[in-house]
Design a protein around this ligand. Structure first.
Ligand SMILES: Nc1ncnc2c1ncn2[C@@H]1O[C@H](COP(=O)(O)OP(=O)(O)OP(=O)(O)O)[C@@H](O)[C@H]1O
Ligand SMILES: [Mg+2]
Length: 363
């Protein structure tokens, strides 16, 4: 089922999507603002952002259900901006994956093929094959209301895949499901992506989901894409304060960059990579798991001295609140592997981190 097209005897994978300066306004509100994005054939990319950030609108413009005010949508370098949805041949799973309630699973999945006037024998074979692929072979004659949310969701995936589109567009497909099922189906969709090799554009407001599933993540805010990077870089090297704050927990420390050195409150020099730009105000970003609090160093002269002001047990980890002598309030997250060196509320401590774990943002 791998999507390949043959051009002059060479195999060329299909399913590349490019968005050029896409813009969409509803009344005076800018829903999508100058969005540029290039998605490679076979890539899994997530659009991640808070509610109202323009994720669905962007996806609907790719699918053809919304028309941009300006800009272009290209599929394999072909301009499809003005094509109606059914002529784009893109599989779509909507935010509420509406199945036809009066049709069986098999009839639901066969629907896109019937619309394309495929022969009956061929339809039956294809429906059987795709239902097996999403592990629903035994459910063909059931009706949607006789199935769990997760099973219905897989029917929606099968229906979007059955006509073999090069690209699958998924809008919060796991949104309505409980946490455990989400995690299970997350892995199934990932496996399916590997098996069918299709381009997938996946909309979610769940950062864990986006980081766990994607080759790359595009973070959206107020209609704009703020950063497009591999999950690890989105998390460890956020491009701006919005991305830093939206994806995971973060300590934000106001600093001054002076002669390439990072100065925190009370002019204390903080660990960070040397800065090569001009002197200015900035923010140092540090993930809680990168902040080390050591009570054994409390008597030493170096480091950032302070006290533990709070402690929360969260199962696999403990969250520690720290207040430095200069008034800096920081959060540290420690895995509960050993309780030996764990400080307690009120304990004096020294805070430290590796220079490489700090990101300096100057916006
Ligand atoms: N048909 C419409 N008419 C008017 N405004 C709209 C319409 N569709 C979307 N909007 C507005 O455009 C903005 C982007 O909406 P969109 O549905 O793309 O957000 P989203 O990122 O998908 O959010 P969610 O996570 O809540 O689904 C929002 O401010 C929304 O209110
Ligand atoms: Mg949406």
């Amino acid at each position: 089922m791998l999507m390949k097209a043959t051009v002059s005897g060479t195999d060329v994978r299909t399913g590349g999507i490019a968005l050029h300066n896409l813009q969409k306004r509803y009344g005076s509100a800018m829903a999508v603002d100058e969005v540029n994005l290039s998605v490679s054939p076979g890539e899994f990319i997530s659009l991640l952002g808070p509610s109202g950030s323009g994720k669905t609108t962007t996806l609907m413009m790719i699918a053809g259900f919304e028309m941009p005010d300006s800009g272009q949508v290209l599929l394999d370098k072909r301009d499809i901006t003005r094509l109606p949805p059914h002529r784009r041949e893109l599989g779509v799973i909507f935010q509420n994956y509406a199945l036809f309630p009066h049709m069986t699973v098999a009839e639901n999945v066969a629907y896109p093929l019937r619309m394309r006037r495929i022969a009956r024998v061929e339809i039956e074979a294809r429906v059987r094959r795709i239902l097996d692929q999403v592990h629903l072979g035994a459910f063909a004659s059931r009706y949607p209301h006789q199935m769990s949310g997760g099973q219905q969701q897989r029917v929606a995936i099968a229906r979007a895949l059955v006509f073999d589109p090069p690209v699958l567009l998924l809008d919060e497909p796991l949104g309505a499901l409980d946490k455990k099922l989400r995690e299970h189906l997350r892995n199934e969709i990932k496996t399916l992506h590997k098996e069918v090799g299709k381009t997938m554009i996946y909309v979610t407001h769940d950062q864990d989901e986006a980081l766990a599933m994607s080759d790359r993540v595009a973070v959206m805010h107020e209609g704009r894409i703020r950063q497009v990077s591999a999950p690890k870089d989105i998390y460890c090297r956020p491009a701006d304060l919005f991305v830093a704050g939206f994806v995971g927990e973060v300590n934000l420390i106001p600093v001054k960059l002076k002669s390439g050195i990072v100065h925190g409150p009370a002019d204390k020099i903080l660990p960070a990579q040397p800065w090569s730009g001009a002197d200015r105000d900035a923010t140092l970003c540090l993930r809680p798991e990168h902040l080390h609090l050591d009570k054994r160093l409390a008597r030493s002269s170096g480091g950032i001295h302070g006290h533990i002001t709070g402690m929360t047990f969260v199962g696999d980890a403990t969250t520690l609140e720290f207040r430095s002598e200069s008034g800096l309030q920081l959060t540290s997250k420690v895995l509960n592997v050993s309780s030996e060196a764990m400080p307690d509320v009120g304990d004096p401590c020294v805070a430290s981190w590796a220079a490489n774990d700090a990101t300096i943002l100057t916006e």
